[in-house]
Design a protein around this ligand. Structure first.
Ligand code: MN
Length: 289
């Protein structure tokens, strides 16, 4: 099942993607406007969500939103593909032993086709395609063999990184507003035969920059869940960005520019595509609305 959040007629709700259409699920009992809440009730709701009918819209006629817009946590692992670890080391970023985790603040989350704002304070904004794992069940101290049962599904994530701010403080460089595009929808775990056998590809303005397979991870997604859950209770809706392969812009000295279009594809999950726009230099004090 592919569960999306979409806006149509000025109203945002949850729907099921079927081919080129989306089925509005907002009239189904138990479906509110929070994907996080829906994920938590998935064991009871799955059959109803899979079969319910509702208004149908062409996908092209609606705006797709970040499918998991209100997670409690957004964690990401660094240097988790061998060739990327090597290019990071060459760029002066120390590569630690074991799993290297950091936080992307949930405030950086962004929709699958929304603009990404290049910060005025940096010319080193960079892309990173990653398989996003969305947790389905509250869990702590998970054995690796049980880890897959804790997964609700998968999204494509772009771990956009502002490199000169990342060096002194990972969390800051990883958490600029709009620097967490996610989507295009939540593909539930039962739709994916093997999440460690997915093709991933990222391009900038049509030029391929990253291509790999999720099977090339150093620490696979089950090791990641086992490791993290030794520390904290993972909750439904939590997003784990599971590492990026080689080909990031920092390795080539080619950072994202205003006007660029970044497209990410992962087999079975669809694609996301975000244009890069300039920060409004006149807006010195913004009030969130
Ligand atoms: Mn990353």
């Amino acid at each position: 099942m592919k569960l999306a959040r979409f806006t149509e007629g000025g109203r945002t709700r949850i729907g099921r993607v079927e081919g080129d259409e989306i089925v509005d699920l907002s009239d189904v009992d138990g479906v509110g406007d929070s994907m996080r809440a829906l994920i938590a009730t998935m064991p009871q709701m799955r059959d109803a969500l899979a079969s319910a009918e509702g208004a149908r819209f062409d996908l092209a006629a609606v705006k797709l939103e970040n499918p998991v817009n209100d997670p409690q946590k957004y964690l990401a692992i660094g240097m988790n593909y061998q060739k990327h670890a090597e290019e990071a080391r060459d760029a002066g970023i120390p590569v630690p032993d074991g799993q290297f985790w950091f936080t992307k603040q949930v405030s950086c989350l962004n929709g699958p086709f929304d603009p990404v704002v290049k910060p005025a304070v940096s010319d080193q904004m960079d892309y990173e395609i990653e398989l996003g794992v969305v947790i389905g069940t509250p869990c702590r101290n998970v054995a690796k063999a049980d880890a897959r049962k804790m997964i609700a599904g998968y999204v494509i994530t772009n771990d956009i990184s502002v490199r000169d701010w990342q060096k002194p403080a990972f969390t800051l460089g990883k958490s600029f507003d709009t620097c967490g595009p996610v989507g295009p929808w939540l593909t539930t775990d039962d739709e994916i035969a093997d999440p460690l056998d997915l093709e991933m590809m990222l391009s900038v303005n049509g030029e391929e920059r990253q291509r790999s397979k999720t099977g090339d991870m150093i620490h696979d997604i089950y090791d990641q869940i086992a490791h993290l859950s030794r520390v904290m209770t993972l909750m439904p809706g939590d997003i784990l960005a599971t590492g990026t392969p080689s080909g990031v812009g920092a390795a080539m000295g080619r950072f994202l520019q205003v006007g660029d279009v970044v497209r990410l594809e992962i087999s079975g999950l669809g694609h996301i595509e975000n244009p890069v726009v300039a920060e409004d230099a006149d807006a010195t004090c913004l009030t969130a609305n």
